[in-house]
Design a protein around this ligand. Structure first.
Ligand SMILES: [Zn+2]
Length: 96
């Protein structure tokens, strides 16, 4: 496998981990129908960053092989990706 491809896969994995940590910190929820992630109303993003730091510090299996900065960046990206007003697909269906 080329190193560029491997790096892309690692970035993809880091993104999944970021979303996972946000879910564990309960700042995002996943729509049970569409699996879309969205921010929980009134969620405090710091909870996810704190949890990420703790997981790295404790050497949790979830973050194995990644450094703290990568994990914090992936949490940031996951938060940026999550919708802010419930599942976009559910909202779209409701409008139909
Ligand atoms: Zn939905």
């Amino acid at each position: 496998m080329g190193s560029a491809k491997r790096m892309m896969m690692e970035q993809h994995k880091a993104h999944e981990i970021g979303m996972d940590i946000c879910e564990r910190a309960r700042i995002v929820e996943r729509c049970p129908v569409h699996e879309e992630c969205y921010l929980v109303n009134g969620a405090d993003e710091r909870e996810a960053y704190m949890l990420g730091s703790i997981l790295v510090r404790d050497g949790d299996a979830l973050v194995a092989g990644f450094d703290r900065q990568t994990i914090l960046d992936s949490i940031k990206a996951a938060i940026a990706d999550a919708g802010s007003d419930g599942c976009a697909l559910c909202a779209k269906n409701a409008d139909d």
